[in-house]
Design a protein. Structure first.
Length: 155
């Protein structure tokens, strides 16, 4: 709702659709749908949306812990635009792995830069994917955990 009210008006002159994915969207959000705004509700996997997305925006106003959708987007190589709350708990570097945005103008200018080709999204996409593969890979985590347990066992 914040993004629709504060950022979308700054993007009026661009042919941009904003798709909101998430379980149990509030009525106010559903009522905001139009030809530029689609609210899907729950989806089994965001992958089909990521394949067509220019970016993922997550202007979170509250929350704690790692946000799974942000990890999924980073892993998919989708450029992520979020604030400190959205990236909390994820060991990512702004402008290398994702874009830190704090104001409506920050979000709008990054989106315009992306669609205008002013940002090398291939580089940030590769870096984000590597970050997730190296630091949040389940198989690697298991191997590291197993090695720690075995080390403790021999101490």
């Amino acid at each position: 709702i914040w993004f629709i009210e504060n950022v979308m008006p700054l993007l009026d002159r661009y042919d941009i659709r904003f798709i909101v994915i998430g379980n149990r969207p509030p009525k106010k959000l559903l009522d905001m749908q139009n030809n530029r705004i689609l609210v899907t509700g729950f989806v089994d996997t965001p992958s089909p949306y990521f394949e067509k997305a220019v970016c993922l925006v997550a202007p979170l106003l509250l929350g704690a812990g790692i946000k799974v959708k942000i990890i999924e987007a980073l892993s998919s190589g989708v450029p992520v635009l979020t604030n400190e709350i959205g990236i909390e708990g994820i060991d990512a570097v702004p402008e290398r792995d994702y874009f830190l945005c704090n104001s409506p103008e920050d979000y709008a200018s990054k989106i315009i830069d992306i669609i205008s080709g002013n940002i090398n999204i291939d580089k940030i996409s590769r870096q984000a994917h590597l970050l997730i593969e190296n630091k949040y890979n389940l198989e690697n985590s298991y191997i590291q955990y197993r090695e720690r347990i075995l080390k403790l066992k021999h101490e």
